[in-house]
Write a protein that binds this ligand. Structure first.
Ligand SMILES: Cc1cc2nc3c(=O)[nH]c(=O)nc-3n(C[C@H](O)[C@H](O)[C@H](O)COP(=O)(O)OP(=O)(O)OC[C@H]3O[C@@H](n4cnc5c(N)ncnc54)[C@H](O)[C@@H]3O)c2cc1C
Length: 337
């Protein structure tokens, strides 16, 4: 191999190597060497744009969490921390180097930060419901043909600093289902129409440094044109997930979730109704590096107050009463070698 003199030798022709070369003093001679071909790198495979927390409703902490979760224990948490902390500044530096990028940047930031109103109409082909298993029915347990549903939605989203709120009103219309008489037989089939009307509200974001919330609230009214309630659709649901990074213990996060589900009809005659329920889950995780290997410790307690409840009157495509899980304690340790 011929010997060459160079001021700077960069090993690797991915984004890191090329960007390092870009930042070097142009008076220096720079040589980049790579393993096989210039294009053979992760950078060449990445087609989705540069990931960086630059939007109003984004933050390096959310970027860190997403990256560690997607990395499933393979990431070096300290390296990811550097990446998310410095990403925004480096995007600014790239724009300084090539002002043409600022148009793209303004457009992206604008899209992310833009408050918006929207309306949509969706026509969907859905799997048909399953007939109850009942010897009195001629088609007991049969799956009905797919049905077409129509959905109208109007909503808005609003960025309030690092917090992101959305509100939507919707109406879904679809063929209803029930027991009908057909040639003297009792048959489960499509009859009339079912309407679901409701409103959904969400609030997500970093409400204070290191404190992230993901919350959602929905009010639903789902009934057939006979006036009976649709099975398994709660009238009210509320979920709140919170995460708090302990400031004096880097890598440690406390987590909590409250889930409330309102009453729901459990049979087609409307006589059986499941009670509303509320469940609280708590947890903690600690991510640290030992000998360069990222280690994640997790402890969670689901259903802390051991609430005994029927979780749902619907399972995938058919009515079925599902029991809620009792208090469950889980501990795990994952290490990437
Ligand atoms: C499929 C895929 C999709 C992705 N999508 C996105 C995305 O949309 N947005 C985003 O921000 N990130 C994305 N990523 C992550 C992103 O690609 C990486 O974070 C980024 O490319 C890392 O750049 P790098 O220069 O550090 O590494 P690389 O691009 O992998 O470059 C490493 C370089 O080192 C060279 N090299 C390695 N070993 C040697 C050796 N022994 N001697 C000489 N040279 C060597 C390699 O040949 C290569 O040129 C994606 C990754 C993948 C795999």
């Amino acid at each position: 191999m011929p010997a060459e003199d160079t001021d700077v030798l960069i090993i690797g022709s991915g984004l890191s190597g090329l960007y390092t070369a870009l930042l070097m003093d142009s008076a220096l001679s720079i040589t980049i060497i790579t393993k096989s071909r210039m294009q053979k790198s992760n950078s060449d495979l990445a087609q989705g744009g540069i990931a960086a927390a630059i939007g109003k409703d984004d933050s390096p902490t959310l970027h860190l969490r997403d990256t560690l979760e997607a990395g499933a224990g393979l990431c070096d948490p300290e390296a990811v921390q550097v990446l998310v902390d410095e990403a925004g500044d480096n995007i600014d530096k790239l724009i300084e180097l090539d002002p043409d990028l600022s148009d793209i940047d303004t457009e992206i930031r604008g899209q992310l930060e833009k408050d918006a109103l929207y309306a949509n109409y969706i026509e969907a082909l859905q799997q048909g419901p399953t007939a109850p298993v009942d010897p009195l029915l001629a088609n007991s347990g049969a799956v009905l043909a797919p049905r077409v549903s129509e959905q109208y939605e109007i909503g808005g989203k609003l960025a309030l600093g690092p917090v992101f709120a959305s509100l939507a009103f919707y109406r879904i219309e679809r063929p209803g289902e029930g027991v009908i008489s057909d040639g003297g037989q009792q048959v489960f089939g499509y009859v009339g129409e079912a309407k679901h009307e409701g409103v959904e509200f969400t609030l997500n974001g970093e409400v204070a440094p290191g404190l992230r919330l993901i919350t959602g609230l929905a009010i639903n009214d789902a009934e057939f044109d006979t006036g009976l309630e649709v099975i398994g659709v709660p009238d009210f649901t509320f979920n709140a997930n919170a995460e708090w990074d302990i400031p004096f213990l880097p890598g440690a996060t406390l987590t909590g979730r409250v889930t409330h589900t309102g009453e729901q009809a459990a049979d087609s005659s409307g006589t059986l109704v499941l009670d509303d329920w509320t469940v609280v889950d708590l947890g903690a995780r600690y991510v640290f590096a030992a000998d360069g290997n990222p280690i994640t410790l997790r402890l969670t307690v689901d259903n802390v107050f051991d609430e005994a409840y029927w979780a749902s009157a619907f399972d995938t495509f058919a009515p079925a009463v599902l029991q809620g899980a009792p208090r469950t304690v889980k501990a795990s340790l994952s290490i990437a070698l």
